[in-house]
Design a protein around this ligand. Structure first.
Ligand SMILES: *Cc1c(COP(=O)(O)O)cnc(C)c1O
Length: 390
């Protein structure tokens, strides 16, 4: 969906700031919820992509569940309207207090990643006199063919239970009195744009699920994780193709009667709704290039520096003929660069730059490096109605 920036209002605001187009967000959320309903799929939104309160309230109101990876995220999910029975808790290193928090609130499920963690969950649950619902996060050894920093499902990765540990896990589960085995969980990486990868995942899940069934462990739910990628070159085009995505699972996943399928998209639901809006501070001539120096940096958006991620960059206040710029931030690091050789209209000090599709892993990964303060956040509904001095 096309985002139209209220540029005149933006001119009055302090930069940098994050801007969220709630119409675009709502459209995606509605479409995906409707589609998931048609397939009978259950969706837990991955909070780590964007955990802003107004956004989470919209997501919970539409009946999505929450996928949390820390106790802090569980708290945020509870505060923003997700019911405990719709919260799942993943993560390779859950601290004791986080496990206790999950048990105290009776969350739907812990996605457990190791034998030792299962022992600790069992122990804490026993101490509290409760039963913990647990799914096993299995490392399926499927390569997501995405950037190696965001690949999580191959064997040399820290995530998930490895094949050589499976028998020990089964032995433990048959003894553990305070654990109820509820399902199998998989998550192989992020920003996956090759759908064959998901087909490969289904085939592996089928094998793994039959192995567990042969050990008398029947999964009530199969959680296939998140990872559906978005087209960062086209923030105003059609969003991620959830229909094709769901169809792959419908065709390739072998389900047992009554078995539920869970998904955990993060990025695909929120990425396109957000933009980082920044002002050009200076334009500097290099030897071979022109630098557009922004007041936003890797402190607000670290993805380009961390993952070599691409974001579309637009000058939203100039339409003059253009040239190529290296678009950089003010932080004292050479990796503080949003894009090299970016074609922009002739750019001047004071112009507004939109860095697009930053709704996922933008604000949530921001930092205070260089003692910078957190960028402000504006939502399209407040921009339309409120006083700019707010
Ligand atoms: C990060 C994460 C997700 C969401 O990934 P996206 O690529 O944003 O869809 C889902 N499940 C788990 C366990 C995760 O860690």
């Amino acid at each position: 969906m096309k985002t139209k920036f209220p540029v005149e209002r933006f001119q009055q605001l302090e930069t940098p700031f994050y801007y969220y187009d709630l119409d675009s967000l709502d459209q995606t959320l509605h479409e995906v919820a409707t589609l998931a309903g048609q397939y009978g799929y259950r969706i837990h939104y991955a909070l780590k992509a964007n955990a802003n309160v107004p956004i989470l309230k919209r997501i919970s109101a539409l009946g999505y569940g929450a996928d949390c990876v820390s106790g802090y995220e569980i708290r945020r999910a509870l505060e923003t309207g997700f019911s405990p029975s719709d919260i799942v808790f993943a993560g390779v290193g859950k601290a004791d207090w986080e496990i206790e928090l999950g048990l105290d609130h009776g969350i739907s499920c812990f996605n457990s990643e190791s034998v030792q963690e299962l022992e600790v969950i069992n122990e804490i649950a026993a101490r509290k006199g409760v039963k913990a619902r647990v799914a096993l996060r299995i490392n399926p050894n499927v390569d997501a063919h995405t950037h190696h920093y965001i690949t999580t499902g191959v064997e040399e990765n820290k995530f998930g239970i490895n094949p050589w540990d499976r028998e020990q896990v089964v032995r433990f589960l048959t003894m553990a009195r305070n654990i109820e085995f509820v399902g199998l969980h998989f998550h192989i990486g992020s920003q996956i744009t090759n759908y064959d990868v998901f087909k490969g995942l289904c085939i592996r899940i089928n094998e793994i699920q039959s192995w567990f069934a042969s050990q008398m462990l029947m999964a009530k739910s199969i959680n296939v994780g998140g990872g559906l990628g978005v087209n960062y070159s086209d923030p105003d085009g059609n969003g991620p193709d959830f229909k094709t995505y769901f169809e792959i699972f419908k065709h390739h996943l072998d389900l047992q009667p009554g078995q539920e399928v869970h998904f955990e998209p993060g990025r695909a639901l929120v990425a396109h709704s957000g933009s980082l809006i920044s002002r050009v501070l200076y334009v500097k001539e290099g030897i071979k290039t022109h630098f557009a120096i922004l007041d936003a940096g890797m402190t607000e958006l670290i993805r380009p520096a961390l993952y070599q991620a691409f974001h579309l960059i637009q000058n939203i206040t100039s339409s003059a003929d253009g040239k190529l710029y290296d678009v950089v931030g003010p932080i004292c690091e050479s990796s503080d660069c949003f894009g090299k050789a970016v074609y922009l209209p002739e750019t001047h000090r004071g112009d507004l730059i939109a860095i697009r599709s930053t709704g996922a892993y933008g604000e949530t990964m921001s930092s205070n490096y260089n003692l910078r303060e957190k960028a402000k956040t504006w939502y399209s509904d407040e921009i339309q109605s409120n006083d700019p001095s707010k």
